[in-house]
Design a protein around this ligand. Sequence first.
Ligand code: ZN
Length: 397
Amino acid sequence: MKQWGEMKEMLNRYRWMAAMPILLLAATGILECRVRPQHSGTAGVAPAGSPAGKADYPRSVAEALTQYEQQHGGPLDLTIDTRLQGAVESAFETADKPGAAVVVDARSGAVLALHQVSGLVTDPLWQATCPGSTVKAFLALAVLHEGVVRPDETIECTGTYPVEETSFSCFNTHGPLDLSLALVTSCNLYFYEMAHRLGIDRLALHYGQFGVGQPTGIELPGETVGVLPDRQWWTKNEVEYRDRYALIVGIGHGPMVMTPLQLARAYAGVATGKLPRLTLLEKTQTADDTSPIELPYSNEHRAAVTQALRSVVDHEQGTGQRAKVNEFGIAGKTGTAEFGGSWEFEAQPDNGWFAGYGPAIDPQIVVVVFVEGGQNGGQSAAPIAGQIFRMWHSITQ
Ligand SMILES: [Zn+2]
């Protein structure tokens, strides 16, 4: 059995292996993914007003689509909304940051916009990285569903959580928090306790419900599916499982990695109670069963989590305030996460995430924004998401 140092080394090696399918595809010319250390900043866009299906996508996506069209006797009628795609590009251009954004119809799973600006190390749309605190929304639903906490039960954040022969820290000393305030402040200690109460088996079961470690269904070759670290995962990698690992997975770190597409699908699940299959093709063009998968979470529990996610954006202590728009309510969660892509990138600054949906009372769209090296998701990703929500509103009104 491996010790912690060895395990960390193994994890890093494993992450590199997780990126290998993309590299192999690139090497064989099937799909060009620019996994190389340079900042191109030249990701493509769909110019506003261009006809559906004719948009100029990020190069790797465009090539994948071309290949798909050739295989399926295209041209294809795509779900991409060219006005929204243009708006997403504008939002990234204004921010002048590498990253990715995914906009999805919350109920059908139709991908309305898909954009990336290549970063220093990779094409973020295709790279599974640690989702960080964005997964606390799934953990909140899981603990309510399992009845291991009441929504009004308070846990005191003292800044330090003792576990086994060590202790984990929170980034702040938050004091007493109920579930809602824990999401609003993104307190790690509260969610360490929740992950501890669930244990790795139930944690993995629930994260799996949200599609972690599974393909989204999107019609693009070479999709990376990330990693859902269940108990077997540790065993398979010859690591003696320790209870504290559940706490790391509980806050979206360690070996757990997801893509922006997976996160968008999972948030559609939070928003609607059903996990849709993501698609880039208008319905008439696919014979496959695209029915969303019903999730086990009650309307009452989803309403409680949605209310808390609204407060993430609206509350004065909320970490997602910069995603706020005047036109309608947004429910969302920020994340600040280690890179989690490869041992080569260990020294890279943290990535910033925002995942959310709106209007909160009748979710229509899910927006996920990833900013490579953006560090604080509330500062880097949330403002871009806010701009996308605002532009979606102006387009659809
Ligand atoms: Zn805390």
